[in-house]
Design a protein. Structure first.
Length: 161
């Protein structure tokens, strides 16, 4: 990993962060799923009540990877952090940038004294699953991720009113 700088993202980085988000959506076979905009990211990371933090990996003044995360609360454990996305651009994969971002996220979490960190990984992404297992993470197979998008929320509420 030659001359890669890890740092917290700045507002000027959000265009590059959005490009990485789109690259991840493409990789996860959901190219049309990204609706968040650069303006959304700027508002939500740097507004009055920031909703997330982001560590970026920078090489030769280009953002080549990022780890985006936010606080959560567990009724069993207390404060936790959720790693929403860790992505390294395709040309830099396999160079150690992803592991460096992963380590930086874990280091930050430990410094915040959270009792758990968590994230999701697609079951077909065996490279990532194996990496996480080898790092000591517990990959849960007995829990299902449940989501409801804005359309489904409105449909549910319309039925309940």
């Amino acid at each position: 990993m030659n001359a890669v700088n890890l740092r917290f993202a700045e507002e000027k980085d959000m265009k590059s962060v959005l490009a990485l988000i789109q690259e991840l959506a493409d990789f996860e076979k959901e190219p049309d799923a990204v609706v968040v905009t650069e303006a959304d990211l700027k508002r939500d990371a740097f507004g009055e009540q920031p909703k997330f933090k982001c560590i970026v990996a920078e090489k030769e003044e280009n953002i080549i990877g990022m780890a985006l995360f936010y606080p959560r609360f567990s009724t069993w454990k207390g404060p936790t952090l959720h790693l929403e996305d860790l992505i390294v651009t395709l040309t830099e994969r396999g160079t150690g940038v992803g592991k460096a971002l992963y380590t930086a996220f874990i280091d930050y979490a430990a410094s915040q004294k959270v009792r758990r960190i968590e994230w999701v990984v697609l079951d077909w992404n065996t490279h990532a699953v194996n990496f996480y297992k080898e790092s000591g993470a517990n990959v849960l197979t007995d829990w299902c991720t449940v989501q409801m998008d804005d359309v489904a929320m409105q449909q549910y509420l319309a039925k309940e009113k």
